[in-house]
Design a protein around this ligand. Sequence first.
Ligand SMILES: *C/C=C(C)/C=C/C=C(C)/C=C/C1=C(C)CCCC1(C)C
Length: 169
Amino acid sequence: MYWARYADWLFTTPLLLLDIGLLAGASQRDIGALVGIDAFMIVTGLVATLTKVVVARYAFWTISTIAMVFLLYYLVAVFGETVSDADEDTRSTFNALRNIILVTWAIYPVAWLVGTEGLALTGLYGETLLFMILDLVAKVGFGFILLRSRAIMGGGSEPTPSAQETAAD
Ligand SMILES: *C/C=C(C)/C=C/C=C(C)/C=C/C1=C(C)CCCC1(C)C
């Protein structure tokens, strides 16, 4: 059951990062770097889950969480810098997607910690529910914002007010 969760994340989280990276107009190199950190985070998280030695479990959890902090920082700093040249619609979509990632992803290590892999403050049921809600917001909420964006739906070619003025001149 744990395997399925981590296999899912290993494939779906890079897609989310690819989406926001392409939207931001980030370079292949920057997107690749972010996906690399992401894969490292998921794999070290899986090791934390599968390891029997308690100290090692928390050590790998810490390594994975540091990778996540690095990933989120990279997303804000590097992709944020790239998208600053984009039009307003793209920037506001980027900001909404970035905020969803910042808030939901940061809760995953906490959920691991309070769940059955960590301190077992929640039962298996509570933990499963928590991850389900997180996955739902992080993926469906994310997809919804992306679809609403004019930049993605091809409405971005509408002339902007300044372009119309120029045409009228
Ligand atoms: C759709 C699925 C998503 C967005 C999954 C995201 C998962 C994480 C951000 C997991 C992070 C973890 C750590 C930072 C520490 C170790 C345990 C993990 C793997 C739950």
